[in-house]
Every structure is written in C-alpha cells, then in structure tokens.
Design a protein around this ligand. Structure first.
Ligand SMILES: [Zn+2]
Ligand SMILES: [Zn+2]
Ligand SMILES: [Zn+2]
Ligand SMILES: [Zn+2]
Ligand SMILES: [Zn+2]
Ligand SMILES: [Zn+2]
Length: 451
C-alpha cells in the first residue's frame, strides 16, 4: 500500500471541498465538482480501493500531472476477439482454405480533450471538447461501445500524435468560432444598449447646458435693462464657458466611458489541452493458404475489427475487386471472368498465364502447353507439334511432312527434288546420289539403300 499516494489523493479532493472518508480498505470521495468529474473522468461519488492507488494508477498520474499543470496522457486499448467465422466471409470458387494464420499489428487513433474558458468581466463559461483523430483526419468518436482496457506502453506507438494534434487544433478552432460568434452577438447587443444609455445620458447633459445658456442670455438682457453692471459681468463670465467647450468635454468623457464598457465586455478565450488519449486496437493479418487440387498459394488479407472489414483482394489480371476468389495454377488470384480452362492440360489459369489460341486446332492453351514453331513463328498447342527426325526439333504440323521415300517426319523447308521428281528429305536424297555413283562405277555391287 502506498501511503504517499493515498495521502495525495485524499488531500487533493479535500482541497476541492469534497467529502473524503478514509478507512482501512477504501478511500471514499463524495460530491466531486463537475469540472473535476470531467477532468478525471470519474463520477460524482467514487470509492477507491487503497491497494489500487499505486504509482501506475491512472488517477494518481492524472492528479500529479494536474498539479504540475500538465496535460494528462491516457493509453487505452480496445480489445477485440478474432472472429471465428472469418472463413465464411471469403468466397472461394475453385480453391479451398487449408490453413488460417493470424498475426496482428496495431492501428491507432487519438482523442484530444480541450477545456476552453470564455471569460469577460461579468461572465465565465467553460466548455469541454473531445476531438477524435485517425491518421490525421477528424473522425466521429465514441468509446462507449467498446471493451476498453488500460494500454501497454510497450505495445503502443505515438508517432502519429503530432500530426493528429495539429488536425485536432484546427478542428477546435472551427468548433470555437461558432461559439465565439454566438457569444459575440450577445455581447455586441449588450454593448450597444449600454452605449445607447451612456449617449442618452450625455445628450441630456448637453441639452441642459444649452438651455442654461439661453437662460443666462435672458438674464444678461434683464440686468442690462436695469443697468446692474456687477450682475452683467458675473453673468457674462458664466456664459464665457462656451457651449462648444462644454459639449467637447462631455463628448470626451462619454467616449472614455464607452471605451471602458467595451473593455469590460471584451471576450477572452483560453484553450487548454487537458488530456491526450492514445487508443489502439489490433489489425489482424490473416494469412490464408489456398489449395486447388494440391496446388497451394498463400494469400494475405487484413481484418480491421473496428470497421469489421476485410481488406480488398483484386484480380491480378484485370485489377477488379473480387467478391469471389479463384486460384490460377500459375499462382495468381483472379476473378471468374479471367479464369480459363486450358484445353490441353485441363488446368485453370488466369489470363496472364494464357499463351493464346493454337493456330492449328484453335484450342486455348496455357503458357506451359503452348509452343512456338521456329519455322513459321506461329503459336501452337503442344499436341499440334511434330518432332523432325532430321533435326530433332519440334515443328508445327504445317511446317513438316512425311518424306515419300523414307516416311520419316521431316521439315518441309529441307526437302530436295530427287531424280524421280519427288520431294524427299536430304538423307534420302544423299543416299540416292550414293546409289547413282556406285551404279556407274561398279554395277555388280549395287545395293539398295535401307531407309
Ligand atoms: Zn479479372
Ligand atoms: Zn495447359
Ligand atoms: Zn496466372
Ligand atoms: Zn493445336
Ligand atoms: Zn510452323
Ligand atoms: Zn526421307
């Protein structure tokens, strides 16, 4: 038990004239003023377990910060369970999930609590504004619906705070400008009616002076009639204080009175950041292992539990957003319209993995089933290719033929006309030449070339 902290809390609330009661187990505080309730986010009447009032207690930290005139900081964590039915929300078409792994990272938002005091001579008003910011943007926030717990400083980052704070300050200005306008209107009308009153008062004075001067004039005229020189001089002296002078003096006085009234009613706005809360929650990284007839591919998706949202998966062929996931045997994720069956191997491939249409049989074939004939440069399926017995290369059906002499598959472009006028392969052609040669020199040893 930390007696120092207990005394701190006890004395702190006593200084605000709360009813504080300490027993062996608990510290009960009653009648906490509203401002303190807002600042410390506690109820009017609270009970604290003495064991809880340690150095890491939120309340103890807040009180210490308050006494140091520092904004309090709070770290909150929103607890989310990873949804068990996540697999049901992923629509797979030609594949299935063989494994789901989840790793998690955190996402953040901030809450800034500003206490604004509007002050003038006769009036003080305080307003508390909570501003929520996510990724530098103002968001609507309400923490009441979430399962909150005290955050762990090791898990949280505060990199985003500065950016968020700047956004919050701008928003506060916006909110306050409305309020200031409102108060200004009230003040302005007060000043105006006050000014009206002051002006009336001094106008009254001026008209009295004017009246007085007229009376003195009459009295001078009367005194002159009876030749009372002493009285005339006295009255003239009185009149010498000219009307202009008098009204000028009065006007000066009136202006200074008005100026004072304005000062009295000028509005003083003071903002104080009283609390910064960093709120974090997990973003789940879902690793799916898709399986299509034994062919396996890993797919990563993000699940944001706050928005209850799975990240978008797009087709790697046409970039459209997928509501159904297809797995291409080349290892790509694609949409249903980009998935085709290879007529040669019977596997499904995405558009990127398709080579094209066979020039000969017009089958659509995948890259691994497609061949290009080196002689004509055209695309064929592997079924439409023939191996030349002369070169050993695969050529297309159009570029090879059977040699009429040896019946081997040979390249058309290598055929030679023999002595019988047939187009034969070079092998047959050169052995025929050998026969001709042998015939002319040694007809007895004539042998038919075996092809
Ligand atoms: Zn597509
Ligand atoms: Zn194929
Ligand atoms: Zn593919
Ligand atoms: Zn073909
Ligand atoms: Zn060819
Ligand atoms: Zn031949």
């Amino acid at each position: 038990m930390d007696n120092q902290n207990i005394a701190l809390v006890e004395n702190f609330f006593k200084s605000f004239k709360c009813d504080v009661n300490l027993n062996e187990k608990e510290l009960s505080i009653k009648n906490i003023p509203e401002k303190m309730q807002i600042l410390f986010r506690i109820d009017k009447d609270v009970n604290f377990n003495l064991e809880d009032l340690t150095d890491s207690s939120g309340l103890v930290i807040k009180i210490k910060d308050y006494l140091k005139n520092k904004a309090t900081k709070t770290l909150l964590k929103i607890d989310f369970e990873f949804p068990k039915n996540i697999q049901d929300r992923i629509h797979l078409r030609n594949c299935s999930i063989s494994k789901v792994e989840k790793k998690h990272e955190n996402n953040y938002f901030s809450r800034f609590s500003f206490l604004t005091t509007f002050k003038n001579m006769n009036h003080v008003e305080q307003v508390l504004n909570d501003i929520f910011v996510h990724e530098g943007k103002i968001v609507k926030g309400d923490l009441n619906d979430y399962n909150l717990s005290e955050g762990n400083i090791k898990e949280a980052s505060s990199e985003h705070l500065e950016k968020d704070y700047n956004a919050a300050k701008e928003k506060l200005k916006e909110i306050l400008s409305e309020k200031i306008k409102e108060i200004s209107v009230v003040l302005e009308s007060k000043i105006n009616s006050e000014a009206e009153r002051v002006k009336n008062h001094y106008n009254q004075l001026i008209s009295e002076i004017r009246l007085n001067k007229d009376r003195i004039k009459d009295r001078i005229a009367e005194a002159e009639k009876v030749r009372d020189t002493v009285k005339v001089n006295k009255l003239k002296e009185m009149a010498s204080m000219s009307l202009e002078n008098a009204s000028k003096k009065i006007e000066e006085e009136m202006n200074s009175v008005l100026e004072n009234e304005r000062k009295k009613d000028s509005l003083d706005v003071e903002n104080k950041l009283i609390n910064t809360t960093i709120i974090y929650y997990p973003i789940f990284n879902v690793v799916l292992e898709l399986n299509e007839a034994g062919f396996v591919k890993k797919l990563e998706m993000k699940y944001n539990p706050l928005k209850d949202e799975l990240s978008n998966v797009t087709c790697e062929s046409c970039s459209s957003s997928l509501d159904q996931i297809n797995l291409c045997r080349g290892g790509h994720i694609c949409c249903s319209s980009c998935l085709h069956l290879c007529a040669e191997c019977g596997k499904r491939f995405c558009r990127n993995c398709f080579a094209g249409v066979c020039t000969c049989c017009t089958k659509i074939v995948c890259k691994s089933c497609a061949r290009t004939c080196v002689d004509c440069g055209k695309l064929f399926c592997k079924n439409c290719m023939r191996k030349s017995s002369v070169t050993g290369f695969e050529k297309c059906q159009n570029c090879v033929t059977y040699c009429p002499s040896c019946s081997d598959i040979v390249e058309k472009k290598g055929l030679v006309r023999d002595s019988l006028g047939r187009m034969v392969c070079r092998k047959c052609f050169s052995s025929q030449k050998k026969i001709t040669f042998t015939e002319s020199y040694n007809p007895n040893s004539f042998k038919l070339h075996k092809g």
